[in-house]
Design a protein around this ligand. Structure first.
Ligand code: FE2
Length: 507
């Protein structure tokens, strides 16, 4: 489906995105993250809500943190209209599209109409919001990344064509897009009202889900400062991707994860798009420079993790194409996390020598684990508190891989940089269906790795259809291998809807 022609005279007039309400578990932890680390300013707070604005903003809030029993979900996203009449026109418009509408009370906002888009994303429109004094020249207030304003939302949708067509009809204009060559369907699109590259973007995937909320900062140096700050204040695991420069939008970026799994982008230096006849820029889905101009692919988590909207049911996308990810340039996070769990299991169960362990791992995970056998083995060796007695030494492994040493009647050859087992182990016990072992809080039941929950008393709370890593083990992965992507600051693993994607890819 081609990019829709812009509707320059929509039924009602939106001027920009305005705010988002995020549901959080621990209001204090979230407030610390968004104020001390990001640098947003508190404009009001209670036992249940914290209202925040960025440094250039005159409106009362661009973000509302809401204490909730559904943390890691998005309550609503908000847009500002050009005038009051636009609110009534918006109500009529959305009703004509078959969408539910109702007028709601939102503190510090005037009349506000709540509705939803064609995928179920909850939207609210207002014109008046309490105005606050300018603070953009009160430099003593600047903290963290020095955020100037909220810039855009990016959402997963199961049908980018339908989402873009829906928003185009009420005035959003496409600035850049990615198309699936085979189906000619949109894979992603960036659409705007305010004259930047986007107020809203849609990305192909299970949706609707929020991919990220972005804040504009003065310069790339602020992003470097934020990285230094996060790395030295206990938030290193919350750094997901970047810094870098996008091909699409030409913006400098960083992606971080908040304590509840909400992804935040720090963003600057995109370009002006106010011309009504601006031609959209088309990108190839498999061009790595569209993601990052410097060529580095995004991690797998970036394409899979998102947070659900309250009241919106998600659907899977029907587009099967997917961009290249970091699996080609490093260790795939899914394989890594699952692999470490299974490696620990086999070594603890008795396959302590590298050859025995290698055979067991390949039996379990297949040939794709070969390049990572040694990395996983060493990660288990240095896992805090793990008894590594009897494990092959690095020298023994070196010798084994070179084929120069006979270790327990087993020899490993080499296939380029990949280890190849040439003789099966006589010692390897294998794993039988129904077998149960425990490593930390992670259990293996048959051919599944499951999380037994915090209760150490027995084999309960088993979720056979999910692969979930324990907090401790994931910390081990982070500490020993990838230096990041652990749990949130409170040790909560069940943020957002990561389970819907199968294996947890941290945050
Ligand atoms: Fe973005």
């Amino acid at each position: 489906m081609p990019v829709p022609k812009p509707n320059l005279y929509p039924d009602f007039n939106i001027i920009r995105l305005s705010h988002v309400c995020l549901n959080v578990r621990n209001l204090i932890a979230s407030k610390i993250f968004y104020t001390d680390i990001l640098g947003l300013q508190v404009t009001d707070e209670s036992d249940t809500h914290v209202y925040l604005r960025a440094m250039e903003e005159r409106g009362h809030h661009c973000m509302i943190l809401q204490k909730s029993d559904r943390p890691g979900t998005v309550e609503v996203i908000g847009f500002k209209t050009f005038d009051e009449d636009d609110l009534d026109k918006a109500e009529t418009y959305f009703q004509s599209k078959g969408r539910p509408t109702r007028w709601i009370e939102r503190p510090y906002q005037g009349r506000t109409v709540l509705t939803s888009d064609n995928m179920g994303i909850p939207l609210e429109f207002y014109h008046k919001m309490n105005r606050l004094e300018p603070i953009h020249q009160k430099y003593m207030l600047y903290r963290g990344v020095k955020p100037l304003r909220i810039d855009h939302f990016n959402c997963f949708t199961p049908n980018v064509d339908e989402s873009v067509a829906f928003y185009s009809d009420f005035g959003f204009r496409v600035t850049e897009y990615t198309e699936d060559k085979e189906s000619k369907r949109l894979w992603a699109a960036w659409i705007h009202r305010k004259g930047g590259v986007h107020d809203m973007a849609f990305t192909n995937g299970t949706g609707p889900r929020m991919h990220h909320v972005a804040f504009w900062v003065p310069s790339p140096l602020n992003i470097i400062d934020l990285l230094d700050l996060m790395a030295t204040t206990g938030y290193v695991n919350n750094i997901e991707r970047g810094p870098g420069r996008h091909g699409i939008s030409n913006a400098f970026f960083l992606y971080i994860i908040d304590p509840d799994g909400h992804r935040i982008e720090i963003y600057c230096s995109d370009y002006q798009t106010v011309d009504p006849d601006l031609e959209p820029i088309k990108w190839d889905l498999h061009d790595p420079q569209r993601q990052t101009l410097w060529g580095a692919a995004a991690p797998e988590s970036w394409f899979k993790h998102g947070t659900t909207f309250v009241g919106a049911e998600t659907k899977d996308s029907t587009i099967k194409a997917s961009p290249k990810t970091q699996i080609n340039v490093g260790i795939d996070p899914e394989l890594l996390t699952i692999g470490l769990t299974i490696a620990g299991y086999h070594i603890e169960k008795g396959a302590r020598k590298f050859a025995d362990y290698s055979k067991a791992m390949i039996d379990d995970l297949g040939e794709s684990v070969r390049p990572y056998l040694r990395t996983l083995y060493e990660a288990v060796r240095f896992y805090p508190g793990f008894d590594n007695e009897g494990m092959s030494t690095p020298d023994e492994i070196d010798a084994l891989l070179k084929g120069n040493q006979d270790v327990g009647k087993q020899q490993l050859g080499t296939d380029g940089n990949r280890e190849t087992i040439s003789t099966p182990s006589e010692q390897s016990s294998g794993v039988e269906t129904g077998d149960v072992a425990v490593l930390g809080r992670v259990e293996r039941v048959g051919d599944k790795i499951v999380d037994s929950g915090s209760d150490q008393s027995g084999r309960r709370n088993i979720q056979p259809e999910q692969t979930v890593l324990s907090k401790d083990l994931r910390d081990g992965v982070s500490d020993n291998l990838v230096g990041g992507r652990g749990d949130d600051r409170e040790g909560n693993n069940d943020v957002g809807d990561r389970g819907a994607d199968g294996p947890v890819i941290a945050p």
